[in-house]
Design a protein around this ligand. Sequence first.
Ligand SMILES: [Zn+2]
Ligand SMILES: [Zn+2]
Length: 385
Amino acid sequence: MKALTLTADWAPRPEYALTDIERQTRKIRNGCMVWKNPRISVGDCPDPTPKDDEVVIQVAAVGICGSDMHMYEAGEDGYMLYPGLTRFPNILGHEFAGRVMETGKAVRDLKVGDLVAVEEIQWCGECASCRRGFVNHCDNLEELGFTTPGAMAQYVSVRARYCWKLDELADRLGDEREALVMGAMVEPTGVSYHAMFNRLHTWQPGAYVVVFGAGPIGLAAEALAVAAGASQVIVFDTSASRREIASRLGATQVLDPTGLNLNEVLLDLTYGRGVDFVVEAAGAPEHTLTPLTQSLAVNGTITVIGLAGRPVPVSLVHYQQRGVQLAGSLGHAGHGTFMNVIRMMASGKLDLRPMVSARMPLDDAPSAFKRLESREDAKIILLPN
Ligand SMILES: [Zn+2]
Ligand SMILES: [Zn+2]
């Protein structure tokens, strides 16, 4: 089959303390400390065969994510930008939907022909974190398209337990191809849903919500806030094209943060009361955390989704005086998140079609990655079959 593979050189930075397990497995907690000179190419790979609990999926649509970009991009010193769990060489791609082609012997709930979206978080179900319900923080975590072969390929084999059927979405859209493209948006939208409703859900219909960063995760967060009844959804991004998409998705205010006094602007827009809920999806907390904290209403929350490798100084006095909180969020698995996102899409309450700026064949993936370097597009979808 055809697939897009990312290769990188093993070059641990001297200051990075590799664990024995990292050395043995080459599964690295913080990719930007080890992998150098990342490069991608489309070529031939062996077809996958399903283990007993797996299904083989013919990939219909796979999105290119900010994380894919950060694995593909390197800093001036040649090291990959992505600061998370990784193992290379590997087939990229983790935001996808497709059709079940083959089922392993032990698979009960899926059959050939089913349309599914798939969780990227490959939780084990057996460790203490999984058994306590925190599957996104599985102690034996593998991530599809990061540490195991991903979906920028014609076929991918995944455990049936990570699949969620798209029949309701296909039914209500009346178009299987469209349902599969939207199905590829369930994973990134699930990341936003998890941060907004499963972590510290301190806001209610009527609340003032700020989304900082209108990349795909921020745009999905915006659409979820609108659907869930926020009375104001204020979105910040430096890109004019992304601000335009944010306007189409129903934000009440869309602003370029460049040169703005964020705290002043936000207090002004919220009648001096402050913001109830902030989604940090820009990965730029060194610029945003202090002014956004100062703009919080009493009992407000900042949820951090954007990954930033460097530490950020935080003044805690405001957290105490205003009784506000900061929540980190990672992942999209468990808690019925995929199911609820699919239902919201099927109902028409969550229409993310304005986010899809291009659909391209897998062969054009290298030029799609190149095009995304400017961060003008919201989401490019690859069609591998
Ligand atoms: Zn992603
Ligand atoms: Zn686990």
